[in-house]
Structure formats: C-alpha cells, structure tokens
Design a protein around this ligand. Structure first.
Ligand code: CTP
Length: 409
C-alpha cells in the first residue's frame, strides 16, 4: 500500500518515527511529508533514512514530477501525526500553502488524523469545530490520549501510541466497520489497569506453587482496552502469550508483588480489570536454599497460609479514597452439590464488592489455555446477566464495551 505520512510541527513528531517503522516493516511504501515546522523536531535526514524515500515540504521541490498532485492521487492512505491544532485548522479550511496541505486536498483515499497538542488547545472551540468539519468531510480524527504532555501538565492531548495509530490506520483501509470502532475509541482518555496471568509462590529457589492460567484472557483484555483508546497498564504474573504492543508493562511473580503493583497503579485508573489468577495460598515458609531429599519418613510437609484478597482490598481502597472507579473481577467456578456456578458467582460479587464480575465455567479441559471462552457478565447495578461466547479476543471486546458503557453512565 502507498501511504503518505504527514508530520506536524509538535514534539510528538519523534514518536512518529516508530509509526513509520511499523508501516515500513509491514511492507508498505511510505512517503513522509513533514511541515516546515516539523523539521524543527525531527530532521529531513531521519525521515529519508527511515522511509528510504526523498522527503520535501514544499510544492516547489521536484516540480517536474508535479509532486503536489501525484502524491495525493497515488496514495491509498494518508495519515497525519502529530496533527497539531494548526494542521487541523488548515486542513479543515482547505489551505494549501505547503506540500502536505496540497496532498490533503488532492487525496480521495481514507485520511486519518492523530492529534497531539496541549489540553487547552484541544478543548478550544476553534479546534473542536475544525475536528467536526474534518469528520463531516469524511476524514477520521482520533481522539488524543490522556496523560503526560510536554511540560509538567497532563490531560487530553497526548499523541495516541504509534501501535494504536497503526492499528486504526490499517483498519480504516482493510475493514471500515472496525475503523468506526477505532475512530469512536470508547475508552479514549481513560486509564485502564489490567492484571493477567497466574501468580507463582516459591517454595525454594527452584520450586513454586502455580496454577494453570495462561494469561490469554487478561492479555486479550489489555489489547482490547488499548484498541478502544485507553491508556493501559498491564500487571502481568506468569503468562504464556506475548505482551501486546502499546501497553505499559509491570512484571510480577507472587501474589504479594501483584498486590503491591495494583495498589501502586490503581489510584490513576478509571477502571481496574482483575483477570489474574491469584494464588489463594502461599507456602508459610520459603526456603532460601533448595529443599533436599532426606532420610525416609522425613519428607517435608508444606504448610500454607492465606494470601490477601487483592480484589476486595482494591474495592476497600476505592471507598476509602472516594474514588470514581469501576472494578471488575473474574470468577472461575465449577459448581457443586451445594450451589450452581451462578449462585456461587452472585455470592462472590456481593462478597468482593466489585461492580462487574465475569464468570467462567471451569472444568479440567475448559478455559485454561484454550482460545475460546463462554462467560456471563454479572453486574451489581442490574439483575440481568450478559452471556458472551467466542474467542478470548471476542470476549475481551465485549467486556471492554461493557466497561466503556458503565463508565459512560
Ligand atoms: N482474586 C484476588 N486475590 C486473591 C484471589 C482472587 O484479587 N487472593 C481475584 C481474582 O483476580 C478474580 C477474583 O478475585 O478477579 C475471583 O477469584 P476466585 O479465585 O474465583 O475467587 P476466590 O476469592 O478465590 O473464591 P473461592 O476460593 O471461594 O472460589
């Protein structure tokens, strides 16, 4: 695919070098068209080296090739990142005083703007009107992320992560239905904290007590939240699948490490998704040296102690800090003679005090390590259950949509 990558004059231009790499490594031919101001942040040589193609900002370069018309005509996709307030204004009004402006007027292919600017500039009525105009012209304008900006300030205005722009851009071309989902990005501006994987509780330097969680569902949730526009922090215990790009990763081993990481990161989160399989018990003692076989009859007996319930603790901390935060837990139930899977799940929702509970029906061969899942989503606020079945990715998307809907309420 032929992509024109317009680069605006903002500090986030440096992140667009990674976006360019993602496009070229995926086999696309990319022509970089910076504005004159953009070259103050990242120079022409960098763009030429990374794209392997000549770079100019002006319609008066390569006049023989009628660049300003040719680039726009031939493009399959135009991506502008960072789209500064100035670029959005110029594009909304059809100004064509440089090569990028010309290209945008000529292009009839999908166009994606990834804005980045200070919060005040983003919220200004002029910028919002320009965004609305561009969308009415058929362009896709991502909402900026929320987070740390150039100075000490923080708020909406951060450039979405290169991986998120990359995914949104390709979706725009490959699957317009998905592109709408990306463009809407129901979690844009939200911070989502996800725990995933199984904790491991050491007995000695070589042995541990673990569980059969692969981390697939939690990882799928982190990726779905990222695709929905959230800034994602992933606290990962033992996982057997790769970590998705574009999420902040915190690695942990034991339940106690997971607890500390969740307590540290939860104050900044709008939603906490507790998908980790936390060991309920840990060995009372952890030997500093390998436990050896000794004489017959003296084999060790492992004494277990209870681990803290992290989910319940996060709910308590939210109340103590009067935080507006949505907390979601998972439950793995088998049901038995005294109660059904759903009866146990309702009790668990009450006991833990979280807002949503995703209930898995588990058995020997069900759920763990599998790619498909069948769950019920239970909510404290309404008695209706939502049944979701499909791949772990499909379940993750449904859970993320539900979280976004609850946050919007
Ligand atoms: N969880 C937690 N801390 C623990 C145990 C579990 O935060 N020490 C979280 C899990 O991440 C999950 C939810 O609690 O989101 C439910 O876990 P589950 O193991 O099903 O529940 P338990 O509290 O262990 O209840 P029971 O043993 O009675 O099934």
């Amino acid at each position: 695919m032929r992509i024109v990558l317009g680069v605006g004059g903002g500090i986030a231009a440096f992140k667009v070098a990674s976006l360019l790499r993602l496009f070229t490594e995926a086999g696309h031919q990319v022509t970089v068209v910076p504005t004159e101001a953009a070259l103050n942040f990242v120079g022409q040589a960098t763009w030429e080296a990374l794209s392997g193609r000549p770079v100019s900002t002006s319609v008066f370069d390569h006049v023989d090739q009628v660049n300003h018309v040719r680039l726009g005509q031939e493009a399959d996709l135009v991506v502008v990142a960072p789209a500064t307030a100035n670029i959005l204004a110029r594009a909304a009004h059809g100004l064509a005083d440089d090569l990028l402006g010309n290209t945008l007027l000529v292009a009839t292919c999908p166009v994606l703007f990834a804005p980045a600017m200070h919060t005040e500039m983003w919220r200004h009525a002029a910028t919002q009107a320009n965004v609305a105009t561009l969308r009415s012209h058929g362009a896709h304008v991502l909402d900026p992320d929320v987070g740390r900006l150039t100075g000490k300030d923080s708020g909406p205005g951060r450039l979405p992560e290169p991986q998120a722009i990359f995914a949104a851009a390709l979706a725009l071309v490959e699957d317009p239905a998905r592109a709408v989902h990306h463009a809407e990005r129901p979690l844009a501006g939200r911070h989502v904290l996800v725990s995933a994987g199984g904790t491991q509780e050491p007995l000695d330097p070589v042995r541990f007590l673990g569980n059969r969680s692969s981390g697939k569902q939690g990882i799928a949730l982190a990726a779905a939240a990222r695709d929905a526009g959230a800034q994602v922090t992933l606290v990962a215990a033992h996982i057997e699948v790769p970590v998705p790009a574009g999420v902040e990763l915190v690695r942990v081993g034991t339940a106690e490490e997971l607890r500390q990481a969740m307590i540290e990161h939860s104050p900044a989160a709008d939603a906490v998704l507790m998908a980790a399989a936390v060991a309920d018990f840990r060995p009372a003692e952890r030997s500093g040296t390998k436990i050896k076989k000794r004489a017959e009859g003296t084999d060790p007996v492992i004494e277990l102690v209870r681990n803290p319930d992290i989910l319940a603790e996060l709910v308590r901390l939210r109340h103590a800090d009067a935080r507006q935060q949505l907390i979601l837990g998972f439950a793995a139930e088998t049901g038995d003679d005294s109660g059904s899977v759903l009866e146990y799940a309702r009790q668990k929702l009450e006991k833990k005090g979280c807002d949503l509970l995703v209930v898995n029906h588990v058995g020997e061969d069900k759920v763990f390590g599998q790619d498909v899942n069948s769950v019920e989503i239970l909510s404290r606020s309404d008695r209706e259950m939502q049944h979701v079945e499909g791949s772990k990715n499909a379940v993750a998307r449904a859970v993320v949509e539900r979280v976004a809907a609850e946050l919007a309420d």
